[in-house]
Design a protein around this ligand. Structure first.
Ligand code: NAD
Length: 247
């Protein structure tokens, strides 16, 4: 018996990185999963088999969200789990941060999460149950130099999570945020904006002495998606190898 038997999960940014890892684990645990991404995720969905469907989706667009929720319900039934995972991160000093760059972080990392929760909630309300998991970051807990736009959005995600938890607890919807430290994904390892040699070095400074693999975050997402976390809502789940323990 799988820990997610009978559940339908919608995971944004699921073509690669942590989103793809969450999808793979959820399917192993019995869920049916829709992955969405602005990138082509059809190869990922094919690899994950018949219980996975890919839908092209820009999380900043309301009409895309409406289409995704409708198609997910038509394919697999009402949504039980939403992971707002899609995101971008760009380091930039103050003097070179443009309005367009700031706005793009806001639209993808913050507005996308808001739209996802708002447009998915009715599907969960229908069944009287659901788990929303918003991927923030340890950058949503303390300041990180050079990451103004990203940090603003990740703090916002943490706050929005708490409001949604308060508003929707009455419908059986739980809403929690995950705050990863440094994880080995394309965002950190293939990002022209990030010095890759520094990424592994950052791992040496945390209590566990290393950065993490996506599956380690997926295991936490699995707990929050499953009924095992039935009394957790509005909470912050930090997974950072001890990086924030010193703050
Ligand atoms: P990733 O870059 O591998 O995955 C992010 C995905 O989001 C990509 O597939 C990308 O195409 C998608 N995406 C971007 N804009 C989109 C849009 N407008 N609509 C739909 N999809 C879009 O990165 P990841 O590390 O797997 O990141 C997943 C989440 O984890 C992000 O929210 C990120 O901020 C967060 N996070 C990552 C780390 C880390 O160290 N990797 C740490 C903390 C938090």
């Amino acid at each position: 018996m799988g820990r997610l038997d009978g559940k339908v999960a919608l995971i944004t940014g699921g073509a690669r990185g942590m989103g793809a890892s969450h999808a793979e684990l959820f399917i192993k645990e019995g869920a049916k999963v829709v992955i969405t991404d602005i990138l082509d995720g059809s190869e990922t969905a094919k690899r994950l088999g018949d219980h996975c469907k890919y839908i092209q989706h820009d999380v900043t667009k309301r009409e895309d969200w409406e289409k995704v929720v409708k198609e997910t319900e038509e394919t697999f039934g009402p949504i039980s789990v939403l992971i707002n995972n899609a995101g971008i991160a760009r380091f930039a000093p103050w003097e070179s941060r443009t309005d367009e760059d700031y706005d793009q972080h806001y639209r993808i990392n913050q507005l996308g999460v808001y739209l996802g929760m708002q447009i998915t909630a009715p599907s969960m309300i229908k069944t009287g149950k659901g788990s929303m998991i918003n991927i923030s970051s340890i950058a949503g807990l303390f300041g990180s130099a050079g990451l103004m736009a990203y940090t603003a959005t990740k703090f916002a995600v943490r706050g929005m999570t708490k409001v949604a938890a308060l508003d929707w607890g009455q419908y059986g919807i739980r809403v929690n945020s995950i705050h990863p430290g440094v994880i080995r994904t394309p965002m950190t390892m293939e990002n022209p904006n990030v010095d890759v040699s520094l990424v592994e070095q950052m791992g040496e400074t945390v209590a566990l002495g290393r950065i993490a693999d996506p599956i380690e975050v997926s295991n936490l997402a699995l707990f929050l998606a499953s009924d095992e976390s039935s009394y957790s809502t509005g909470a912050e789940f930090v997974i950072d190898g001890g990086q924030t323990a010193k703050y």
